[in-house]
Design a protein around this ligand. Structure first.
Ligand code: ATP
Ligand code: MG
Length: 615
């Protein structure tokens, strides 16, 4: 019996119209959603050249009979809604009856389908929107859609297709996301014969998250399960110590539909209260289940932007759900499983490898360490520098005799630091474990030693980037890092860039990599987070027409920030002086690579004014 109906004109006009097929990833999305709507439990996606030459999606769902197969490729024909009321209570992922017709219009498509009770299947070939006669064929139960030569008849679109790497990343992320939200479905994705995702069906969402993020991350996730006033929030969020610089690793679903809405992540972050470091984002997957009548999914042709009737209320529910998940967890215990791992490097301690847990034995309650970190960030905040004191200018104007006398005396003392020909300092001590306090001929100079160290290291990375002997160091025992399938693609794609920075990385199997060598900069300890930050930065650049140089610069800034000594670290005066001397030799010594000042001064005249010695 035929299920698909042509929609009446009045209803078609109410459906958000727009481009359905922009790129291979949008084809995969539509086919995937159709398979899920057909209640498939096994979905196999096969790509050639990242979908630009072939996208094949096979499912074991309900299938279609011959009549429906013919209607399926027509525009505005769907089995999912039939009236205007249905449009305001959508329970399926598709509803417009547009997707297959749109794909068929711009590619060569074969759809083969068989229903459970049929002895044979049927197949249809559509090329550039023109369907051929349906033929009976032998086929397994379910549907296989074969899309080849996408945009063969729209050369302008073909020309503007993004690179294969970008497409493959977009498709991998899409499949990863759907995989986590539909635990009972076996997902498999391969490109040019290489398997990227193979995630068997399971009862638990956490197992699926494990297939995508790996077991190390999964162990640090906390369950969220809340039901409040007809809104359920179910899923997993990361322990506060597990964060990412980018926002892409938190996925939201609404009634099983992947959705984009930045306010949702903000609500999650609010739920963490002070537990997260400023500027860092948690990892997680949340499925929000609401009455389909309370949400409009018909606002954008991509169907991933939705409009909630009471968004503010929903955001509060999410925030409370996250907060109570955190409240119910013993964060002190969770902290012990923190992601970072200390690594020794061959030349430093040749005979031993540090115990990964040794540094964690004396771990403080996570709340206090998080707050400490948050405070550090606040201290580093640009706003805090905007005080009455002014940054030291690059060319101090005065060179009064006092300093000349002092220089004579001070240059022989271990506390003297020559910043440049016009600025010599006498180191006095460290304030709040953050600012080095020095005397200059003109008054008082304070130095943010973390910013100074960052600048010095950044200049060093830049200088030695192409010099392999100076930049890389083999690890005694390689560092194993579990990545998501999308992250693995990024690492493979940017092997050369990573090598130029001193990271030598091999595939280990699945989505795991082995880091064999690291930049010399990290000679004392190597932290997984360093590499993950770099991958975040690479992922930010995907699809953005940003020059790779810009990304590289951001990566070098991240590396220098990670490797630099931090405010609050316990450092000797000798080490602080060494950092100031090092930055004094750097090319741009007056600001850190993020643009924050390194030196601040209060001149003598100002001091005198403050103490009312002069008017
Ligand atoms: N894999 C599949 N298995 C079974 N039926 C399918 C499958 N794919 C498509 N169909 C049928 O074909 C119809 C048309 O599919 P199409 O994707 O074009 O529209 P839709 O899913 O109804 O809405 P939308 O345009 O929002 O995706 C669907 O309503 C469904 O009945
Ligand atoms: Mg559809």
């Amino acid at each position: 019996m035929s299920l698909i109906k042509r929609l009446p004109k009045e209803l078609v006009e109410k459906i958000a119209a727009g481009e359905v097929v922009e790129r291979p990833a949008s084809v995969v999305k539509e086919l995937l959603e159709n398979a899920l709507d057909a209640k498939a439990t096994h979905i196999t996606i096969t790509l050639e050249k990242a979908g630009t030459t072939l996208i094949r999606l096979s499912d074991n769902g309900s299938g279609m009979d011959a009549t429906d197969l013919a209607l399926a490729v027509e525009a505005h024909a769907t089995s999912k809604i039939s009236s205007t009321e249905d449009l305001f209570a959508i329970k399926t992922l598709g509803f417009r009856g547009e997707a297959l017709a749109s794909v068929c219009a711009v590619a060569k498509v074969d759809i083969t389908s068989r229903q459970q009770n049929s002895v044979a299947g049927n197949t249809i070939h559509v090329e550039g929107g023109v369907p051929e006669a349906i033929k009976q064929v032998g086929a397994p139960v379910g549907t296989t859609v074969n899309v080849s030569d996408l945009f063969f008849n729209v050369p302008a679109r073909r020309k503007f297709l993004r690179t294969e790497n970008t497409e493959l990343q977009a498709i991998t992320t899409l499949v990863s996301n759907y995989c986590m939200a539909h635990a009972h479905v076996h997902f498999s994705l391969s490109n040019d014969g290489k398997q990227i995702i193979n995630s068997p069906s399971t009862k638990q969402m956490i197992d699926k998250i494990g297939h995508i993020y790996g077991s190390t991350i999964t162990k640090q996730l906390l369950p969220v399960s809340s039901l409040m006033e007809d809104i359920s929030v179910i899923g997993y969020i990361s322990n506060p110590s597990l964060t990412r610089a980018d926002k892409k690793q938190f996925t939201f679903f609404l009634n099983g539909r992947f959705i984009k809405n930045p306010n949702l992540l903000s609500a999650v972050i609010e739920g963490y209260e002070t537990l997260l470091m400023v500027g860092r984002n948690p990892i997680g997957v949340l499925n929000i289940i609401v009455d389909p009548k309370s949400v409009d999914v018909n606002v954008h042709p991509s169907k991933d932007i939705v409009k909630f009737d009471h968004e503010r209320h929903l955001l509060d529910v999410i925030k409370i759900a996250v907060k109570s998940a955190l409240d119910q967890t013993n964060l002190l215990r969770e902290h012990k499983e923190k992601e970072s791992v200390q690594q020794t490097i061959a030349p430093q301690i040749p005979s031993t490898v540090s115990n990964p847990t040794s540094s964690q034995k004396s771990s403080q309650p996570i709340i206090s360490s998080q707050q400490k970190n948050a405070n550090n960030v606040v201290r580093e905040n640009v706003a805090s520098y905007q005080q009455s004191i002014a940054p030291v200018s690059q060319t101090p104007k005065t060179s009064v005799s006092v300093i000349d006398e002092r220089q004579g005396v001070l240059s022989s003392t271990p506390n003297t630091i020559v910043v440049d020909e016009n600025l010599t300092l006498r180191y006095l001590g460290l304030l709040h474990r953050t600012y080095a306090v020095c005397e200059s001929k003109d008054g008082l100079v304070m130095i943010d030693f973390h910013a100074a160290h960052e600048r010095y290291l950044y200049e060093q990375i830049k200088l030695h980037r192409m010099d392999s002997a100076k930049r890389t160091q083999a690890l005694l025992s390689p560092l194993k890092i579990e990545l998501t399938p999308t992250q693995l693609l990024l690492v493979n794609q940017h092997q050369q860039l990573l090598e130029s920075l001193g990271f030598i990385v091999d595939e280990f199997g699945g989505s795991t990599i082995l880091v064999r060598s690291v930049p010399l900069l990290f000679h004392k300890q190597m932290n997984k987070q360093v590499l993950l930050d770099i991958v975040d930065e690479l992922s930010e650049s995907v699809g953005v027409s940003k020059k790779i140089d810009e990304t590289l610069d951001k990566i070098m800034i991240r590396m220098s920030c990670r490797a630099a000594d931090k405010a609050g670290d316990e450092l000797s005066d000798e080490k602080i002086k060494e950092i100031i001397r090092q930055v004094s030799m750097a090319g741009h010594k007056y600001s850190c690579p993020h643009g924050r000042p390194i030196f601040l001064s209060v001149n003598k005249a100002e001091l005198e004014k403050m103490f009312k010695r002069r008017a």
